[in-house]
Design a protein around this ligand. Structure first.
Ligand code: SF4
Ligand code: SF4
Length: 204
């Protein structure tokens, strides 16, 4: 389910995300970081940079913190996973219309990237992950994950998505005892979305 607001954190300095991660580490229990998050939102002028109101900014960052905390908890299990898959969101394709030459295969269900544009985020992510031995899926929504995981058994899954989608997928992975690692979208909006390819490479 998408957020009720749009955001774009692609221009926020990388240091900001490192700082959020540091807070998670230092406070250990991520539920106690509420006031620290409020401070960091002011310090990095997140409202001015994104146009988000304060409560939306807090919700967004709480989701980032939850995601990071969950990544830390699952890291060791994920490290040992042998059969791995990467799930990418279709909204990060360079084009959402027929200029994208990916074919959608409902039987999987996934788009199959045709590598038509060298500067397409999905193209880069698919190439990097496949070289590392991942099965890669470019999916139009979270419900596709359940079908794919039922059909194919994976020990470890990396997912790129916005926070709400990651939360839902994380719950499903826990139930299926699959180790998960999440990479957040830094710009949402369900089209022309953006994630950090460096962060993805680090996680893979
Ligand atoms: S590189 Fe792949 S995902 Fe990107 S626009 Fe081309 S076919 Fe679509
Ligand atoms: S921004 Fe992308 S991942 Fe998030 S709900 Fe929209 S289509 Fe799905």
């Amino acid at each position: 389910m998408p957020y009720k607001f749009t955001f774009d954190l692609s221009k926020v300095p990388r240091f900001f995300f490192a700082e959020v991660t540091r807070i998670v580490y230092e406070k250990k229990v991520h539920k106690t970081v509420g006031s620290a998050l409020q401070d960091i939102i002011s310090k990095f002028r997140i409202q001015e940079a994104t146009g988000l109101n304060f409560s939306d900014a807090v919700q967004l960052l709480e989701d980032f913190v939850d995601m990071e905390a969950r990544n830390l908890l699952e890291k060791e299990k994920f490290r040992k996973a042998k059969k791995r898959a990467l799930f990418l969101p279709h909204c990060s394709r360079k084009y959402m219309d027929n200029r994208c030459k990916a074919r959608f295969k409902p039987s999987i269900p996934s788009y199959i990237c045709a590598h038509c544009s060298s500067d397409c985020l999905i193209n880069r992510a698919v190439s990097i992950a496949e070289k590392k031995g991942y099965d890669v899926y470019v999916i139009p929504g979270g419900s596709c994950i359940y079908k794919i995981l039922k059909d194919k058994r994976y020990d470890g899954v990396v997912g790129v998505a916005c926070g709400e989608e990651v939360k839902l997928a994380g719950e499903a992975l826990s139930r299926m005892n699959v180790a998960g690692q999440a990479v957040p979208l830094l710009r949402n909006g369900c089209a022309n979305t953006f994630f950090s390819i460096e962060t993805l490479m680090h996680v893979l």
